[in-house]
Ligand binder design. Structure first.
Ligand code: CS2
Length: 471
């Protein structure tokens, strides 16, 4: 156990609101803020953060304010708990408390330099890589209402910056999407174009949208994790967060001006993050989503429980090494076997109660990058993908058998899962599976065979798919 490092190794009084973190939640606390904490500890500086939420979360921000915006991060595995107090926050902001103009105005302050986003996949309001102009939130924001989406807030703020004669800034996505910088740019420009072509041109020229690959397992807090903090700290910290010791952040080197000291805090700044993000999304997140559904159907509650199930562990290893890895162009310095073994070890961490039901949330938004894209690559290359097929089948079976799980498309998904051919009905929902994958003659056939194996047990007709699963 390590005592919290006090006093802060940087001058909190010197921090200015130069970073706005939209969607400040568990991951934000435990990942980008920790990098900044280490960066400021190494280099000093005035890079303070305003933590913001858009919809829910007023109470969370007020709890932070009540604690002078200090909170602890506990990194736990095995017997070890390392506690660290983070002091990089210099303010909080919520439209419901501070008024709808507060966030755009903050974006338009001269010293504001970086907007960090942890708004989850659905927060980008995109469809097929472009802004979804039919999204109800986007429609309302474009109609001139007080902005309610992150994209609407950002564009309102950028418009004010431009009107004030200020320069652009950097918008840094920290969500698990491929090419998350390009996606953010497409969403922001799509919104601006629908409002004012000149503004869109100004944004395209003045604002940078680096992509980044983020990695740290940060489950939602539970009573049990609060008890771990209480024991390590000797008192409660309602704002604390418990996570694994591992952390990784690979950021595209594309900032307006000097970046915050993320690199000094351990982040890797590179010209191209694509190999890293694809590797992480497919091996880690693809395995997570597969476990979320297969594991729940087998009666498991957490990722660590699944790792204690030798058959499931073997299936996940097969997914990583035989189905996901062959679809990747890997960073030179990374050996895929070692990366997969390290992931399995991280998944084994019993100190984290990482609930499968939490990972299963928003699966419609996660499947494309985690499973559909690698399946498509495997079909083109003529490789087998039996575990991926089982993962999709388990999702569909879970939609039928498990309690409802949050997903923006939940109503459609659950209705389709009741069809007499649930595989076809779910996977043919509009704008879910890319058209060329759906049209591939083997795609639905393989998932149907996997579904039949899960639903009615192995039969002659579906035996081949199970034989291909080595466990
Ligand atoms: C998880 C991720 O909930 C999920 O979808 O797969 O939050 C995962 O824990 C992180 O991406 C790990 O870096």
């Amino acid at each position: 156990m390590t005592a919290p490092d006090l006093p802060f190794p940087y001058d909190r009084a010197a921090l200015k609101p130069r970073i706005l973190h939209l969607g400040f939640g568990a991951f934000g606390r435990a990942h980008p803020m920790v990098y900044l904490h280490h960066g400021l500890s190494a280099q000093g500086g005035d890079w303070g953060v305003v933590a913001a939420r858009l919809n829910s979360g007023v109470a969370e921000l007020e709890a932070l304010d009540a604690a002078e915006r200090r909170y602890h991060v506990a990194e736990a595995d095995g017997e070890t708990t390392t506690l660290r107090e983070i002091g990089v926050l210099c303010g909080t902001c919520h439209p419901a408390r501070d008024g709808v103009e507060a966030l755009p105005q903050l974006i338009a302050t001269p010293q504001m330099a970086v907007i960090l986003l942890t708004i989850t996949e659905k927060g980008y309001c995109t469809k097929g890589g472009a802004l979804d102009l039919d999204h109800p939130g986007i429609r309302a924001d474009l109609a001139g209402g007080p902005p309610s989406t992150a994209i609407g807030v950002i564009v309102a703020g950028l418009a004010q910056r431009r009107a004030a004669g200020l320069g652009g800034l950097t918008i840094l996505s920290c969500d698990n999407q491929p090419h998350n910088g390009a996606l953010t740019r497409a969403a922001v420009l799509g919104f601006a174009e629908a409002l004012d072509a000149d503004l869109a041109q100004w944004i395209a020229a003045e604002v940078r949208f680096p992509s980044s690959m983020v990695d740290r397992i940060v489950p939602a807090m539970t009573e049990e994790s609060h008890a771990v903090i209480r024991e390590a700290l000797g008192r409660d910290d309602p704002n604390a967060i418990l996570c694994e010791p591992f952390r990784q952040w690979v950021i595209e080197e594309d900032f307006v001006g000097t970046p915050p000291p993320f690199a000094a805090g351990g982040a890797l700044l590179v010209p191209d993050v694509r190999p890293f993000e694809e590797m992480k999304l497919r091996l880690l997140n693809g395995a997570h989503t597969t476990l979320a559904w297969l594991g729940q159907l087998k009666g498991h509650e957490t990722v660590a429980d699944c790792m204690g199930d030798s058959a499931l562990r073997a299936v996940i290893r097969q997914l990583m090494l035989s189905e996901q890895a062959p679809t990747l162009t890997l960073p030179e310095e990374i050996g895929v076997e070692a990366y997969a073994e390290e992931l399995l070890k991280r998944f084994e961490n019993t100190r984290l109660k990482h609930r499968l039901a939490q990972i299963a949330c928003d699966s419609s938004q996660k499947m494309p990058q985690r499973l559909f894209a690698p399946i498509a690559a495997n079909l083109v290359a003529g490789r087998d993908w039996p575990v991926s097929a089982l993962a999709l089948a388990a999702w569909i079976k879970g939609l039928q058998d498990l309690p409802p799980i949050d997903d923006p498309r939940q109503a459609d998904l659950r209705a389709a899962a009741q069809d007499s051919d649930p595989v076809t009905a779910v996977l043919s929902l509009p704008a879910l599976v890319p058209a060329d994958l759906l049209a591939h003659p083997d795609f639905l056939t393989e998932v149907r065979a996997a579904y039949a194996a899960l639903h009615s047990g192995p039969t002659e007709a579906n035996a081949s798919i199970l034989q291909k699963v080595q466990a």
